[in-house]
Ligand binder design. Structure first.
Ligand code: FAD
Length: 690
């Protein structure tokens, strides 16, 4: 009987479409809570779910499946947008699919009147994203075997592909390139071009938009699809839960999953289940007023988390109070912010991206990336809900004209609420169905930090070194502030005695839902990396880490100092560090002195201060000056490490190193580059860049 009630509710919401949200779902009189979603299980919704995607497509009447390999949520977001657009413009029955959740032997059984889409991010050094590892190994492996024995096996498979990459990395978009190649090798037919988005050039969104229109045209032609006028249909229904209040124990106020709600959180802690870690200590590292960088020690001793030197820790941030207020205000939800609601997927394959029942306040504060840049496609979607015709016309223009959009939004660091406020000239936007935000805004993402301590020295305390993101914006009196770093700064201020911290006027719900983060806690998980010291400490190492790029190297050096103290023979250890001024932002100066006591002349810190003299000096220059020593150490098989800024520094260091090698070995520069490539392939050259 409970299911029947639910079916009726769902039907009602579908029929009434966008009105559902305004007529307050209370009309349907839901009285019980049949809405346990994925978050009941801390490790996602995988338990007991079929791994057969064809079965899932058949069950739910789908003819288009959009697989995504996503690390930071962008590929997942693009997949959802393709799903939405395929349905509204072409009447395709679409579903998105996390690559991790299915098996692929039956890819050959997808009939040619159905379509598969692949949206694939490349991570780090040409690697698949965590959720795409198995798929990637299967499809590019030597012995991928399919369910039937057709030859070629994937002759029936029709697919489209888009990759998300970063041209500052060596293996640009290698995921989509290699998967595309593998699919073609098996006889699959690609429709349209395989698109490539470039985060390095900052054109990801526009690359995606430029790829998808010709792709849809090619797909429509091939599959005989008729384009129709796109009408917005919500993917999620919002249902009031009038008999619940924020005090009701089953209501999520920001808790990431059911165990956290019930206060029984336990490991394994991972990207679905953070550990609420006490912060043992936090302090400022810069001695200059207008810039901040914090060192924080995160205590994992009461958890079963572990790390190795060179790993990353993920910090789960909370949006700042002023941004939450601004968002709720512009969409007309301020008064309803604490109302308990549930969110129901109106599509059998759509997933509500946070646990319910909950409140608008909790969704906006803990689960949606409300401060991020806005997408032009979202602007087009929201045009239909503009407060008046003039604003609607402006939204349509902004959505359709790339240059105009760039000119109006680019310099302002607008987030969605600031954008709506500016375009609406002060009018509120109460007509936007809340579903549109759940669909169009990313899930609030954890931010990664390179661990700056050594697991040899402090296995149960993770330290991070985070520079606070801030940007002055012409014409705006409050500067742009990064989400996670300013949250960390507020935590640091509270820990150091400020009862009501408000860095740059921003306040945060530092106590967390139901005070569960009280006493200076932060939700974290650990991500293991391949950025590692050589197993033999006698091997020399050369590290290049300007700014916060020094973080993992503090861990490396701390560890080698400990090994030396314990009597091991430790090889030459050279760090190239750069910053603006010795007196302002020279990170960990006193720590280096400390480690020198153990490592002696085997530790050398080579500094480049760009603003201490009239001539700007960067780490690359120092590397050049030391080419002879570097050439010698490399001939003794030294490992070479680079950490920090991917866009400029890491690239230039790569070039300089190739030149140094060319000179020291008397070979051409292109040969030098080839040698660096080989060093990368054999892990003699390792990067940890962002
Ligand atoms: P965000 O709010 O995420 O903003 C980040 C940037 O995005 C802004 O500076 C801006 O350029 C852009 N942006 C955001 N919103 C808008 C908008 N509305 N309009 C226009 N532009 C916008 N950082 C460290 O300090 N130390 C480390 O050791 C470290 N290690 C890392 C290791 C890895 C593997 C990775 C991937 C990243 C690492 N980072 C590190 C970076 C860190 O993860 C964060 O990206 C950084 O701290 C900023 O986070 P934030 O939430 O404060 O800023």
């Amino acid at each position: 009987a409970e299911l029947d009630t639910l079916d009726i509710v769902v039907l009602g919401v579908i029929l009434l479409g966008t009105f559902a949200y305004f007529t307050k779902g209370s009309l349907w009189g839901v009285t019980k809570d049949p809405y346990a979603n994925a978050f009941a299980n801390a490790n996602g919704a995988k338990a007991g779910q079929s791994r057969n995607f064809l079965e899932k497509m058949e069950e739910s009447g789908k003819n288009c499946i959009i697989f995504y390999g996503s690390q930071t949520g962008t590929a997942e977001d693009y997949a959802s947008r393709l799903a939405k657009e395929g349905k509204s413009r072409f009447g395709l029955e679409t579903m998105t699919a996390d690559l991790e959740e299915y098996d692929y032997e039956n890819l050959d059984a997808l009939p040619s009147d159905k379509i598969a889409m692949f949206v694939l991010a490349t991570y780090g050094e040409g690697e698949p994203t965590d959720n795409a590892v198995e798929f990637y190994e299967f499809i590019t492996g030597q012995d991928a075997s399919f369910s039937k024995s057709d030859d070629p096996p994937l002759a029936n498979l029709r697919y489209v592909a888009f990759g998300l990459g970063n041209n500052t990395y060596e293996h640009y978009n290698s995921m989509v390139r290699n998967v595309d190649k593998a699919l073609q090798k098996f006889g699959a037919q690609r429709i349209g071009e395989a698109g490539e988005g470039d985060d390095g050039a900052g054109t990801m969104e526009e690359d995606f938009l430029a790829w998808k229109d010709p792709m849809w045209a090619a797909l429509a032609e091939k599959m005989g699809l008729e384009e129709r006028e796109a009408v917005y249909e919500p993917t999620f229904g919002i249902i009031d839960r009038d008999h619940l209040t924020p005090e009701s124990p089953e209501v999520y106020l920001g808790e990431p999953n059911k165990m956290h709600l019930e206060g029984t959180a336990k490991g394994p802690f991972n990207s679905h289940n953070p550990y609420i870690a006490p912060i043992a200590e936090s302090r400022e590292l810069f001695s200059v007023k207008d810039r901040n960088c914090i060192h924080m020690e995160i205590d994992i001793s009461a958890s079963n988390l572990s790390y190795q030197t060179g790993d990353h820790v993920a910090i789960w941030p909370t949006n700042s109070g002023d941004e939450v207020d601004r968002f709720l205000d512009i969409v007309g939800l301020t008064e309803k912010r604490s109302k308990v609601i549930t969110v129901k997927a109106l599509e059998p394959t759509a997933k509500v991206p946070f646990p319910v029942p909950t409140t608008f306040d909790a969704i906006v504060r803990y689960h949606l990336e409300i401060c991020a840049p806005i997408s032009r496609q979202m602007v087009s979607t929201l045009a239909a809900f503009a407060p008046n015709d003039e604003v609607k016309a402006e939204m349509i223009r902004l959505g359709g004209d790339k240059d105009y959009f760039q000119q109006k939004t680019g310099p302002h660091y607008h987030n969605i609420a600031r954008f709506l406020k500016a375009v609406g000239k002060g009018s509120k936007w109460p007509g936007i169905p809340f579903s549109a935000f759940i669909e169009s805004l990313n899930k609030l993402q954890p931010r990664y930090y390179s661990i700056s301590s050594s697991s040899l020295v402090q296995p149960k305390k993770i330290s991070i070194t985070a520079v606070i993101e801030s940007q002055d914006i012409p014409g705006r009196d409050d500067p742009f502030r990064g989400v996670a770093t300013n949250y960390l700064l507020a935590l640091k201020q509270k820990q150091n005695g400020d009862p009501n911290p408000s860095p740059f006027g921003k306040t945060y719900a530092l106590n967390g839902p139901r005070n569960k983060f009280d006493g200076i806690h932060v939700p974290v998980h650990v991500r293991h990396s391949n950025f590692k010291l050589p197993s033999d400490p006698a091997k020399p190492i050369i590290m290049v880490g300007p700014g916060t790029g020094v973080a993992p190297f503090r861990g490396f050096i701390q560890g080698r100092a400990k090994q030396a103290q314990d009597g091991a023979s430790v090889g030459p250890t050279i760090l190239f560090f750069g910053c603006r001024k010795r007196t302002e932002d020279f990170l960990y100066e006193s720590d280096w002195e400390e480690y020198k006591k153990a490592l002696g002349d085997n530790l050398e810190i080579v500094t480049a201060f760009s603003r201490d003299s009239s001539k700007k000096v960067y780490v690359q220059h120092r590397l050049r000056e030391r080419s002879k020593d570097i050439g010698e150490l490399l001939s003794k098989k030294a490992n070479f490490y680079v950490c920090g800024d991917a866009a400029h520094m890491a690239r230039e260091v790569n070039t300089v190193l190739a030149q140094i090698i060319a000179e020291s070995r008397g070979v051409s520069e292109s040969k030098g580059e080839e040698i660096v490539k080989n060093m990368r392939a054999t892990n003699q050259y390792q990067e940890d860049v962002w």
